[in-house]
Design a protein around this ligand. Structure first.
Ligand code: SAH
Ligand code: SF4
Length: 391
């Protein structure tokens, strides 16, 4: 663990309740917003233009107040605020690591919490967002996997994570940020809590908002979705989202992958590879990222590295080696640096990029696979969760 000195831990209570339970404009697709505007009496002929105007205020300027939408009439603004909210999830805490990584604990409707991590680098800033509270899957090395699925996030809650971090970075023109500078938040990875392909429609809708050229305008190449291997949804991801794909591969035999990533029992390595082989063509993206967590004595031998290279033969790929991030009670140890380097060399010599992921934000437990909201205890039963949520 890194030294504790310059870390900050702020308890933030930014009240962001949606007044009166009004429908939230954030998270609606353009088509949904259009229907919603027509429903409150916007003439059909004007609806598309109104969506364009409101969309710009929200996603280009970062405005949250209808009153400031000065190209709309006063009466129309009043009507909008009567019927809609522009609202983000609540930020409960923000931790800043001594390497600049920021971890946010974010509260969503129902009182549940998810984590969001911002990782600044010299030429970019990557935001790691969550798609579910907890996860239905039980990968044995993953902290989130010890937490049962509580619920899927809505599209508004998913894109809301991007927006609230832009708020915190002061990156909206509304906050004085110059529009053409290199972006602080330039990349999104769906590598936080949850399995994004088990919440497909909402993740897709949120990423469409992120990619909208007249809004947040992030290129699809700057969005990476990580899946544990939900095979039937992979072709759909190419077709309906078209972002970059990462896959939690982690093993080179079905036996080992069955224990590490149990979804392998449903769709094994062979079936997964077939879906991955088709992805670059279907999505017109260059290559797939294979994530491979390095677990001491489990999946890190030279033989594993050679098998891995053979398995992915013909797939344009980069192999991202992730030193295991330990968490209290974890049943594995991180492979030694020498072992990781030897493994990386075999892959590199076979012609693949094999970067070793530098753990970031370790001092604030923000690293990959360590995310778990502090208030959700491990292995709660569904009944307990329902009781706590008051449902
Ligand atoms: N559910 C998706 C995305 C979230 S996990 C998935 O499984 O791909 C993001 C990445 O972190 C995955 O590759 C996951 O396998 C990895 N990961 C999980 N726990 C980890 C840990 N303790 N140390 C290192 N990587 C971990
Ligand atoms: Fe879920 Fe991904 Fe963790 Fe597996 S690694 S338990 S799929 S979040």
């Amino acid at each position: 663990m890194a030294g504790a000195a310059p870390i900050t831990h702020d308890v933030l209570t930014i009240p962001r309740k949606i007044p009166g339970g009004l429908p939230n404009l954030i998270g609606m697709s353009r088509a949904e917003m259009r229907d919603a505007l027509i429903e409150i009496g916007t003439p059909e002929k004007q609806a598309k233009m109104r969506v364009g105007q409101i969309w710009q205020w929200i996603y280009v300027w970062g405005m949250r107040d209808f009153d400031e939408m000065t190209n709309l009439s006063k009466d129309y603004r009043a009507k909008l605020s009567e019927h809609f909210a522009i609202s983000l999830p609540e930020v409960v805490t923000r931790d800043v690591s001594n390497d600049g990584t920021r971890k946010y604990l974010v509260r969503i409707a129902g009182g549940h919490e998810v984590e969001v991590v911002y990782i600044p680098e010299t030429d970019r800033g990557t935001l790691c967002i969550s798609s579910q509270v907890g996860c239905t899957l039980t990968c044995s090395f993953c902290h989130t996997g010890t937490q049962k699925l509580v619920r899927n996030l809505t599209a508004g809650e998913i894109i809301g994570q991007v927006m609230l971090v832009r708020d915190d970075l002061g990156e909206w023109p509304e906050q004085g940020a110059p529009k053409d500078e290199q972006r602080l938040l330039s990349n999104i990875v769906l590598m936080g809590m949850g399995e994004p392909l088990y919440n497909f429609e909402r993740v897709r809708d949120a990423m469409k908002i992120a990619m909208d050229p007249e809004g947040l305008s992030l290129s699809r190449r700057r969005i990476t979705l990580s899946t544990s291997g939900v095979v039937p949804e992979i072709a759909r991801t190419a077709d309906e989202i078209g972002c970059m794909l990462a896959v939690s591969f982690h093993a080179t035999t079905d036996d080992v992958r069955d224990t590490l990533v149990p979804i392998n029992k449903k769709w094994n390595i062979e079936e997964l590879l077939a879906a991955l082989r088709a992805y670059p063509r279907l999505s017109n993206s260059e290559r797939i990222t294979f994530e491979y967590v390095m677990l001491d004595g489990v999946n890190d031998s030279d033989a594993d590295a050679h098998r891995l290279v053979k398995l992915i033969d013909g797939i344009p790929a980069k192999i991202n080696l992730i030193p295991f991030n330990e968490w209290p009670g974890a049943p594995y140890k991180r492979s030694s640096n020498n072992r990781i380097r030897a493994f990386a060399d075999i892959i590199y010599n076979a012609g693949y990029a094999s970067p070793i992921r530098k753990p970031r934000g370790e001092d604030i437990m923000a690293a990959c696979g360590q995310l778990k909201s502090a208030t959700e205890r491990a292995r709660k039963s569904r009944a307990e969760i329902a009781r706590d949520a008051g449902v």
